[in-house]
Write a protein that binds this ligand. Sequence first.
Ligand SMILES: C[S@@+](CC[C@H](N)C(=O)[O-])C[C@H]1O[C@@H](n2cnc3c(N)ncnc32)[C@H](O)[C@@H]1O
Length: 332
Amino acid sequence: MHGVVTVNRRGRKTSPDKEVSHTPVLLHEVVSLLAPRPGGRYIDGTVGLGGHAVALLTAAGEGASLLAIDADPDALAVARQRLASFGERVTLVQANFATLQEVASSTGYQQVSGVLLDLGVSSLQFGPRGRGFTFSWDQPLDMRMDPSLPVSAREIVNDWEEQDLAGVIYQYGEERRSRAIARSIVRARPLMTTAELARAVEQAVGGAGSRIHPATRTFQALRIAVNRELDSLTSALRQAHDLLDVPGGRLAVISYHSLEDRIVKGFFRQAARDCLCPPELPVCRCGHRATVRLVTHGAIQPSPTELAANPRARSARLRVAERLAENASGPS
Ligand SMILES: C[S@@+](CC[C@H](N)C(=O)[O-])C[C@H]1O[C@@H](n2cnc3c(N)ncnc32)[C@H](O)[C@@H]1O
C-alpha cells in the first residue's frame, strides 16, 4: 500500500525512531473525485511527500503523467525518491504554486485533466527536523517553506512594529487577543526559537483552558505571513482553473483553516455562477458565464474512520470543481 511514507529529509529510508511519516488526507475522496484515467495529465501543486501523487498515478494507469510541484526542496527530495518508479511520467519542480502557469508552460503541461492543491504543511515540516512551524519541537524560528524567501518568522517577530505584528496575528490567526500577544512578544525580544515564541504567547494569554494550544493561532498567522499563503492561493486558483481541459478538467483543493477554505469556496462559487450582478439589478449587465460546475456541494470532510487513524486531518475540507464546455450555462 502507498498510504504511509517513511523517509528521512533526504529521501532515504530510516530506522523507525527517525521516521517521518505522512498519511495523505482524504486520499480515497481525492482519487475518486479527480477520477484519473490512462493517458491523463495531472498537476499536483503541493506534492509534499508524494502520497496523493503516487495514488493518482497508480489509479490512472498506463500513460498518465504528473507535474509535481512543491516550494520546499526537502519535500521535493522525498517526493522524487517516492515517485522514482514512475520514471519519466513524473516531472518535479521546486516552485511556489503562485507561478503555476509559468511552470506548467515551461514543462509542457498547458492543458491538464486535473489539478490538486493539498494546502498547508506536511508532517516533514511539522516534524523534529522542520523549520520552526510548530511549538511541538524547539526549533529556530523560521517557517519558510522555501528557504530562499527573503523574510522568515524571526524577522517578523523581532523587527516588526508591535501594531503590525498585532495586525498579522489578528488577520491571519483570527486571534482576538492579538494586541496582548504582540505586546508580550515585543517585551520578550529577542526571540530565536519556537519555544521562546510559544512562551511569550502563553505569558499574554495563559497556558490552559482552551481546546487548542494558546500559541496555535499565532503560529498559523506567522506561517501565512512568511509564505504569503493566501495571496499565493488566490493567484493559483485562477491559474489552475485556466489550465484545465475544457470541458471536464477538475480542480481539487484541500484546505486546513477557514481563511483558506473561504477563498476556495468564494472562487468556486463565483466561477460556477452565470451572473455576478447585484441582486437588485433587474437584468444582467456583467455578462459573466459559469465556467465550472461544483462537483462537491459543501466541503467534504474526513470520515470518523479517517479521523481515528489520523487526527491531524480534523480540519481538512475538500472542494472540487469541473470545467464546463464553452458557452455552457451553470446554475446562477
Ligand atoms: C499538506 S502537504 C502535502 C502533502 C501531500 N499531498 C502528500 O500526499 O504527501 C502541503 C505541501 O504543500 C507545500 N506548499 C504549501 N504552499 C505551497 C505553495 N504556495 N507552493 C508550493 N508548495 C506549497 C508545502 O511545502 C507542503 O509540502
